[in-house]
Design a protein around this ligand. Sequence first.
Ligand SMILES: Nc1ncnc2c1ncn2[C@@H]1O[C@H](COP(=O)(O)OP(=O)(O)OP(=O)(O)O)[C@@H](O)[C@H]1O
Length: 567
Amino acid sequence: MDIFRVLARGANVRKNDKNVGKNVDFSMTNTAREDAATSDDHLTRELDFFHNKRIAKKVENSKERQDESNNSEHEEEEESYKFEQPRITNAEEAAALRKSYKGKITGEDVPLPIGSFEDLITRFSFDKRLLSNLLDNHFVEPTPIQCEGIPLALLERDILACAPTGSGKTLAFLIPLVQQIISEGKDQSGLRGLIISPTKELANQIFSECMKLAHRVYLDKKRPLQVALLSKSLSAKLRNKVVSEKKYDIIISTPLRLIDVVKNEALDLSQVKHIVFDEADKLFDKTFVEQTDDILNSCNNPKIRKSMFSATIPSNVEEIAESIMGDSVRVIIGHKEAANSDIEQNLIFCGNEEGKLIAIRQLVQEGQFKPPVIIFLESISRAKALYHELMYDGLNVDVIHAERTQIQRNKIIESFKSGELWCLICTDVLARGVDFKGVNLVINYDVPRTAQAYVHRIGRTGRGGRAGKAITLYSKLDSVAIKPIINVMKQSGCEVAEWMEKISKISKKEKEMIKKGKSVKERKDISTVPKLNKMKRKQRHDMIEASKKRRFQDGEKSQDGEEQTKQ
Ligand SMILES: Nc1ncnc2c1ncn2[C@@H]1O[C@H](COP(=O)(O)OP(=O)(O)OP(=O)(O)O)[C@@H](O)[C@H]1O
């Protein structure tokens, strides 16, 4: 039971780190980055998207440059950068680069990719302040999707891009967007860049990334680049005309919130020149398609450039993309149906529901439950039930689902990022896009309903070139739903035992039911504890809570008493 005690302690491995409490990057602090350089030695060039060894060196160089030019004027700072020659200058070099990262690029008149961020200076008169922001944030070399996506967007092309989870798609659309706003900035004002994301958490994260790039970027001598997250309070301010809609150059929003302000005529989208759909397949599925369509209709600038990004692009989304984009380029990095190759994928057959809880406890006891861990479940009630089970076990866990308030959700995410919280239980609300860099293990307590959901869920680990592990628990009930997962595993190059492959094929009817979100059979409740024991546990829990409340109230009363006597 030792590991239980360790996990339950909730100690923070990084308590002494001055960064704790901020948005700490588990994997990419300087020391960790150097460690990564050594531990990632086994990665081939093809898989080492983030070029860890060279990153450490380049960041050092950037630091030296910064120290030298400390307190110098902006122009002088720009001067101090000395760049290598661009590395991609012809079709042969481009073909070799694309082969190295398995990039398939289709479309008319496809431009050369960039081989380094320095390429941008020579080929696109890239803003040097923006480049220096990239380097200062340790973004030293472009990832494959950035090599392809950035030049395409800068050349005003529509893009449909599919690249693995955690491979840097966010910067692939943010870098050119910020650059384009800078280039247009002197002559234009008002909202020109719009980024749509399916969840608030992801919108928040994109906003933070964008702010890193926008730091000290000026569109002219007096006007800084203005980026906004369309929060509840900003929507209210726009509606009440407390702030002018003309103030912002780039806005990041979820579909519903945006539609709300647009319908209230508090925001005009007619000047938007660049629209990005992050997690495009989600935004064009049945949950969001109507709202996404409304947004597109409101963006009536005929010269609008559209981009769609996701780690999964099913064929119906390709059709939609074709119908709404002109002269688009399709960028696929790696295998379209596969998961990120840095993730070790495993399946554990648990027999029945009780078996799943036993499997989790076994993982803990065997030392395989290495935090930070994320556990995904299919519904709010099941996520709550597992949370209570693991909390009673004394694990350092918390839970996020749609019924938790935004403040609670943000707080939990922060404590998970800072290392205070070790195990996060959640529904699919966190399955897409959210960048927890150091997650060691993702557990699918319930089998995801589609191959796409699986790819995104397990993609919360193995990010930024780091290794990760995913375990999917399944019972007899899941023998049908597990088939698409096995296919993804095979496409990703994972070994799948022969007996697993023999699992029955899915009938059309069952496929439809899974798609519609209906379980083929009802699941049993989550618990290994007999009902009577559970009742006793609950009584004990309620008694402790009541006594805590009494003590708190008594404390308040005596404090009141003290106050009164003081007065
Ligand atoms: N060029 C780069 N060099 C180093 N790190 C990078 C680079 N580009 C992105 N990153 C980092 O890699 C991590 C993953 O990037 P990002 O969140 O954009 O992935 P993604 O492809 O959008 O994943 P998902 O499909 O899950 O949304 C982030 O922490 C990001 O800061």
